[in-house]
Design a protein around this ligand. Structure first.
Ligand SMILES: NC(=O)C1=CN([C@@H]2O[C@H](COP(=O)(O)OP(=O)(O)OC[C@H]3O[C@@H](n4cnc5c(N)ncnc54)[C@H](OP(=O)(O)O)[C@@H]3O)[C@@H](O)[C@H]2O)C=CC1
Ligand SMILES: N[C@@H](CC(=O)OP(=O)(O)O)C(=O)O
Length: 339
């Protein structure tokens, strides 16, 4: 078994990691960290479990560690669900100490030797780890997840990359869990839409270009399309919905066929869904409440393909958009013997 830790194990993404790793066939959960507020206490006594799946008894008695390099030095890998300002230095120090870091934080996503990876979309970017190890003279490594809205967009675009296009417009409707447990007060979001999410629009544009860019084995050259995003927080608990406009040289029928026939380059990993991209025929789908749990939260649902081309994409932001995507990255890299 691989010994794994979770950094920020009490938060919105951290709890998803606990849910996905408590009974994992390859990964054994040995270490949970959080802030000084929680460190030294029993996880079961300090976590405010807010997921609608039962609390896993197997982690109840683990003592929460402070978030330090020392606390995770015996782990083979760690999953990071830390705020970005904490992650920047700490994740580098942990990788320097020989531990593999699978991060959800934005800190290292755009570094030229750090894979910004969606396992089914750009798995070849994993080889940047070799360059990173050389550049930093480290045994460990950092692999990052894209921003949660970007994961939905780039995954939905993967089947369409065979058609020429130059520009994408996207309007997001993002769930409140995306802001973390303490991110959006009920008084602000109830009966409301907030048409601003700090830095989100810029992240979607630059991260989609890196993920879908050209890779020569050592360097990613950004994809030659522009992304114009407009982001909104809506009163949904989980599930980010994206309305996408794209100047694609294809008919709606060709786009639907591309969505239906696309297959990721590997299959059979424990957290991998049967369908990474699921096309829904119904005129009023996808919807977050009805479709976010498809593929155990790992499927990106697409629908409403119309002239333009216009379509809708939706996925679970803390599973497909965060913890689940990170665990799948780790599963893939374990099969490739990176740890
Ligand atoms: N929510 C989402 O959908 C997505 C989130 N992300 C990213 O994932 C990361 C985590 O987000 P999220 O789970 O939503 O955030 P939360 O605010 O819900 O959780 C933050 C976690 O970090 C811990 N923490 C806070 N401050 C410190 C500190 N000074 N030292 C050590 N640990 C600390 C908290 O511990 P304690 O409980 O003890 O305070 C908690 O476990 C962020 O970088 C976010 O941008 C990425 C994609 C999607
Ligand atoms: N900003 C996203 C979640 C998130 O934390 O993204 P990032 O890791 O890119 O800051 C949301 O609000 O839904």
């Amino acid at each position: 078994m691989v010994n794994v830790g979770i950094l920020g194990a009490t938060g919105a993404v951290g709890q998803r990691f606990v849910q996905l790793l408590a009974d994992h066939p390859w990964f054994s959960l040995t270490t949970l960290t959080a802030s000084e507020r929680s460190a030294g206490k029993i996880y079961g006594s300090v976590v405010n479990w807010r997921l609608d799946s039962p609390f896993p008894d197997s982690v109840n008695d683990l003592v929460v560690s402070p978030t330090t390099v020392d606390a995770v030095k015996d782990c083979d890998i760690v999953f990071s669900a830390l705020p970005a300002d904490i992650a920047t230095t700490l994740e580098s120090e942990i990788a320097d100490a020989g531990v593999g870091v699978f991060s959800n934080a934005s800190s290292h996503r755009m570094a030229s030797d750090v894979p910004l990876m969606i396992a089914e979309v750009n798995p070849e970017h994993a080889t940047l780890i070799d360059l990173q190890r050389k550049n930093h003279n480290r045994e460990g490594f950092i692999v990052t997840n894209p921003n949660c809205s970007t994961i939905m967009l780039a995954t939905a675009l993967a089947p369409l990359m065979k058609f020429p296009f130059k520009s994408i417009q996207v309007a997001t409707l993002q769930a409140i869990s995306g802001a973390g447990f303490d991110g959006v007060p009920a008084f602000s979001i109830y009966d409301n839409v907030i048409p601003y999410i700090g830095s989100e629009e810029e992240k979607i544009a630059r991260e989609a270009n890196k993920i879908l860019g050209t890779f020569d084995g050592a360097k990613v050259t950004g994809a030659p399309f522009s992304v114009s995003a407009s982001c909104n927080r809506v009163a949904v608990i989980d599930g980010h919905t994206l309305n996408v406009w794209i100047d694609l040289a294809a008919t709606p029928a060709e786009v639907i066929e591309a969505f239906k026939s696309w297959q990721p380059p590997f299959s059979g990993l424990p957290t991998q869904p049967a369908k990474t991209v699921q096309y829904l025929e119904q005129a009023d789908r996808p919807q977050p409440r009805l479709d976010r749990n498809r593929g155990n939260g790992m499927t990106v649902s697409v629908g409403r393909v119309r002239d333009g081309i216009r379509f809708v994409a939706m996925g679970h932001n803390t599973i497909r958009g965060a913890a689940g995507a990170s665990v799948l990255n780790a599963e893939l890299l374990h099969t490739k013997k990176y740890f």
